[in-house]
Every structure is written in C-alpha cells, then in structure tokens.
Design a protein around this ligand. Structure first.
Ligand code: ADP
Ligand code: ZN
Length: 611
C-alpha cells in the first residue's frame, strides 16, 4: 500500500488541501517514515510545520489518525482549520455534551473522519480504549510530547499514561512531536511511549525569522508604548513578572489607544478564555501576560514579544519569544533589561531555603543576565545554551550584529578598576560588591568607606573620567569578559580572576564597549528574502479587514481563513482571476472555491481605486 503512494500524490494533496507548493525541511522525510509505518520522534522548532506531518499522511492512507493533544481549548480551532481546508476531522473532549460526543463517535464509526483529536484523559479511560479498539487506527500522533517529561516545563501526569497505547495497540505506529526538548527529554519521550527504534528528526533551535534586541529598561511603559505604536496594527505579547504589572501595563496601553488586555492565572477561567479568543480573532492586539499565558497560544501571526521584566531562565525566555512568528514571517523580540530587576529577583531567591533548587534557580538567573549583558551575537548565545552551533559569525538579525556596540581603548580605565579591586582585598582581606568599588574609585566618602579606611587607598578617587553609572558598566563588562568573578557571599562580591591578575602585570591593551542606548533601534526589519519584503501595505490592510469579516461570519479565528503569509502574497501579486488566486501559496481547493470571489473582487476594486 505504502509504496503505491508516489511523490505526485503527496504533492498534489499538499496543494489541494493546504495550498502549498513545497515541503518545509524534514516534512517530507517525516511523512515518508510515517507512511512506512515507522515510529517517529520529531523535534521541529515552533512554526516548523509539525501538524502537516501527520495531517497529510492521514489524508493519503487508509484508517484513522488519532491526535493526542493536551490543549483542549485549542482543539476546536484546530479542527475548524482542518474543515476550512476540506479535511474531515473532528475532536472529542470534555467541552462537548454527551449528545454531541455520541454524534461524533457515530460519524467516526461510519468512516467519515480521517483525523480525531482527543485529550489524553478521555482517551485513556478503559471505556475510551475499548471504543477506539474497534476503529481502523492508522497511527497515533502525540502532540506536545515533551509534556510526558518531568524535566520539561509542562509536565502533565496524564501524559505518562500514554504508555498504555503501546501495550493495548502493539502494532500501531506512534509519532511524537515537540518543539522543545533537550536530549534528556527526548530520551524520556522515547522511553515512556515505548517507541520502537524511532526515526528521530531534529531540526535544531534556530528561529531564523526572529530578531533579538535588548535595551536598558528606562521608563518602561513609554518604551513599550512607543515600540507597539511603531508596529501598526500588528499583534504582540508583553510578558510581565507579576499579575499586577500585567494589569498596569495593559491599562497604560489602553490609555494610549492600543487595544490591550491582561492575562494571568488569577483571572476567572471564562475571562481568560474570552481574552485569548479576542486575541486570536484580532479584536485585542496586545496581551500583557504572566507566563501563565503559554502553550495554548496558537496564534500564528504574533509579530513581537516584549519582555517587560527579566525572565527567570533562558529556557523560559526561548519558549516565550518562540511564540512570535509561528507563520515564518519576520518578527521581533525585545527585552527590557535592568540590573534592578535582577537584584529584585535575586533577593526573592535569597528568601527561599538554601539547597539544590535555589542554587539551580540562581544559576539559571545568572545565565539570563549574562545573555542580557552580552555584547556578542544573541542568536549564537541562545543556540549555544541549547548546545546548538551557529555557523556564521554574525546572524545579522540581533542588536549586537546589526549595530555592534562602539568599542574604545580602555587599558588605563581597566587597570584602575582592577587595581582598585586588588587594593581593597589587600587592605581588608575580603571582597566587596560592585557599588562599593565604584564608590572608592569615584572618591565618595560613605560611612562604609570611612569605617573600612578605604579613603586611604591609593585608588581612592582616581576615577573622575566616568560617573558611577559609567564605572558600573565597566565593572560588569570586565566581569562578563572574565577579568573579574562574581560570587555570592550573602550578597554578590567581585574578585580578580587569574586573567585579571595577569592583566594587572602585563598591562596588555583592553577594549571595552560603550553602554547601549535606552531606545529600541529603529525597526531593524529582517529581510528573510525578497518574497517576504515587498508587498502593498494598504492592500494588505484592506485584505486583512475582509479576512476578519469572513472569519467573524464563520465564528473562527482569522488565520483559519488565510494566514498572514498568504495575505501578503496576495498583496504582492494582486491576483484578480480565479486562476491567479489559486496559484497563491496557502490557497487549496476548498478555500479557492469559498473565497476566490470575495478576494479577487476586493483586489480588483483596490486596483481600480488606485488608478
Ligand atoms: P508548528 O506546530 O510546528 O509550530 P504549524 O504546524 O502550526 O507549526 O505550522 C506553522 C505554519 O507553517 C502554519 O501557518 C502552516 O500553515 C505553515 N506551513 C506548514 N507547512 C508548510 C509548507 N510546507 N509550506 C508553507 N507553509 C507551511
Ligand atoms: Zn546576531
């Protein structure tokens, strides 16, 4: 049966149902493995196109594909999107009445359905398992498979019970999909699902369509408002550290005429899902959220993610920024960074009981700070954290690559700083914090300085070429570059490293960078390729309004009608005939039949008005 499915069938189904001309990286290989009845473990980054990998095989092979997903709230939208493309899918979960469930099961058993989405808790009842045992099951697709791991972020105990699938259905292949999994999590997935020699596909962590920027946090409300205003009608997420902050920021943005809403775990369930829904349907443009706004965000056209406060770890930061640009279009990530935020979080951690967990949290936080203060390529830093390597030296899509920080010859400056650290240590016998060192350099007569006699040191007051802020920046950069080491002695203290000591004796030349400006760089747009860049913005806006109306009429999110990628291509190629409309990527047969008239007429009218 498998070998009869040729390249042509796959390609024509790809165009017919999804409207796409080509496969994304790994899709073809994953699909082949599925059609070959193999177990598969696929790790594709967000936006990599995981769903198509099991949807297309479901269409071209016999039997039913069962999709296990933890996200009950999303199932309806996912199935609506399938139906909009003419794919017979359905879902069974606790949001449906018993009558509805009964009707759906009958449809399935009448052979009218190819894909069934089920939440694990429903599937894994003895009744559920007995029922599906009667069905001609082609394969199980386990979405968000990292939920099975205690080491991931989203451990769901009910996912552990998926182990029963292999026992009950030993001959049916299983495909596990996830966007975030370290080697350890991958191993756990394979082990708990009892995968048999799974074919593994790992696409890496790089998200080439995201730009990364960090700016010093300074009047953050104004910074965020300005940033959002520069982004027209586009949607975004602002992550904040506290519930109170989400509400305050949303309020501020609304006062600035931006349709924004808060989202956090303290809200009623109904209010949360209404907010999420309004965001999906483009009625709300900006969500100000705590990290409770998470995995369920399946909005493909989130164009920016702002971190108003410092994230607690790089994993979290990567996941949250990863929600931007799922559709592959250029999108940006902005982090507002302040040392004060770091100190605040460090203090909170200090209140926790000492032990492994606290050390781990400190470590994670310090690595996040190192990322924020890095002067090298941010993408390289992120990928290195996950053990991935970026080949090229510059990504041309992060602030440090696009606008390398100005460097200056700082040998004397560095010498002053390092020798001040040395003298203090020599005279007092213990290390002190950054602020005290800077006070000595700038010649402040604080109580602590008098008490310790540090106004008698030869380095007291030798640093009048910078103010305190300037010296603090220098101290941090010397630390980041390994001349000083920061350790925790009740509070953070600085001491010379071997490199720092060597530097004091050899007096080799040192270059440092100027501090960054507190203004977000001008829209450093990522030019992925020419295809993505040139389109008629006014026409795009017109088509977006049309899309929203059509989506409202059908009570589905806007992207179920067409993605931003598809609308942009329309705004670029201005198809006015059905033929030309069909050639647009993302226009399959069913959507062409349903929408060609509305869109080609709108485009014709737009062109006529412009003449
Ligand atoms: P993931 O689940 O991996 O985050 P999705 O399955 O949601 O990604 O797909 C992300 C986007 O990419 C969707 O808008 C989808 O329609 C689009 N897409 C998937 N495969 C292709 C393809 N072969 N060509 C063009 N677009 C694709
Ligand atoms: Zn870079």
């Amino acid at each position: 049966m498998i070998n009869t499915i040729c390249e042509d069938t796959l390609r024509s189904s790809l165009k017919r149902y999804f409207g796409f001309e080509d496969f994304r990286p790994f899709q073809r290989e994953i699909i082949d493995a599925l059609l070959n009845h193999e177990d598969v473990l696929a790790l594709l980054p967000t936006g990599g196109g995981k769903s198509l990998c099991y949807q297309l095989p479901a269409l071209v092979s016999d039997g039913i594909t069962i999709v296990v997903s933890p996200l009950i709230a999303l199932m309806k939208d996912q199935v609506d999107a399938l139906k909009a493309a003419g794919i017979p899918g359905t879902y069974v979960n606790s949001t449906l009445s018993p009558q509805e469930i009964h009707a759906r099961l009958q449809q399935i058993e009448a052979g009218l359905i190819k894909l069934v989405y089920i939440a694990p808790e429903r599937l894994l009842t003895s009744h559920g398992l007995e029922r599906i045992a009667q069905w001609p099951i082609a394969r199980f697709a386990i979405d968000e498979a990292h939920c099975i791991s205690e080491w991931g972020h989203d451990f769901r105990p009910e996912y552990r019970r998926l182990a029963e699938l292999r026992k009950r259905f030993p001959t049916i292949p299983i495909v596990a999909m996830t966007a975030t999994a370290t080697t350890r999590v991958r191993e756990e997935i394979a082990q708990h699902l009892h995968l048999r020699n799974p074919r593994a596909f790992v696409a890496g962590f790089n998200r080439p369509n995201l730009t990364y920027t960090v700016i010093p946090k300074d009047k953050p409300n104004e910074q965020v408002l300005r940033y959002i205003r520069e982004r027209g009608d586009e949607s975004g997420i602002v992550y904040c550290a506290s519930r109170k902050a989400t509400e305050a920021v949303a309020e501020y943005l609304r006062a600035g005429n931006i349709p924004a809403a808060a989202y956090h775990a303290g809200m009623e369930n109904s209010e949360r899902s209404a907010t999420q829904d309004a965001f999906l349907r483009d009625r709300i443009r900006v969500i100000c959220a705590t990290t409770a706004f998470g995995m369920g965000v399946n909005k493909p056209n989130v164009r920016y993610v702002v971190h108003y406060d410092l994230p607690k770890s790089i994993e979290g930061y990567y996941q949250e920024t990863g929600r931007a640009g799922r559709d592959g279009l250029p999108s940006s990530c902005l982090l507002l960074f302040s040392r004060g935020d770091f100190a605040k979080q460090a203090r909170l951690l200090e209140e926790k009981p000492a032990g492994h967990e606290r050390n781990h949290a400190f470590d994670a936080l310090s690595r996040m700070v190192a990322y924020a203060e890095s002067v090298t390529c941010r993408r390289k830093d992120l990928l290195a954290y996950f053990g991935d390597n970026l080949e090229q030296t510059s990504c041309q899509a992060c602030d440090n690559c696009l606008e390398p920080r100005e460097r200056f010859e700082a040998t004397t400056i560095a010498q002053k700083f390092l020798s001040c650290v040395y003298r203090i240590r020599q005279s007092s016998g213990f290390a002190v914090g950054l602020k005290h060192i800077v006070d000595v350099l700038t010649g402040k007569t604080t109580e602590k300085i008098s008490r310790l006699g540090h106004d008698q040191l030869s380095t007291f007051g030798i640093g009048n070429e910078h103010n305190s802020k300037g010296w603090e920046h220098i101290g941090r950069e010397l630390t980041a570059r390994g001349f000083l080491a920061s350790s925790h002695d009740g509070f953070p203290v600085l001491s010379l490293t071997d490199l720092g000591r060597r530097c004091l004796t050899t007096k080799e030349a040192i270059f440092l960078t100027r501090p960054p400006a507190a203004k977000a760089p001008k829209r450093a747009e990522l030019q992925l390729n020419d295809l993505n860049s040139e389109y008629n913005q006014a026409l795009f806006d017109t088509l977006r309004i049309l899309r929203r109306r059509l989506a409202e009429e059908r009570d589905v999110p806007a992207y179920v009608v067409f993605s931003d990628v598809t609308l942009r291509q329309m705004a670029r190629e201005t198809p006015t005939t059905v033929e030309a409309f069909r050639a647009i990527s993302g226009v399959g047969e069913k959507k062409a039949a349903e929408y060609a008239d509305a869109f080609t007429q709108a485009i014709t009218a737009f062109l006529a008005a412009g003449e």
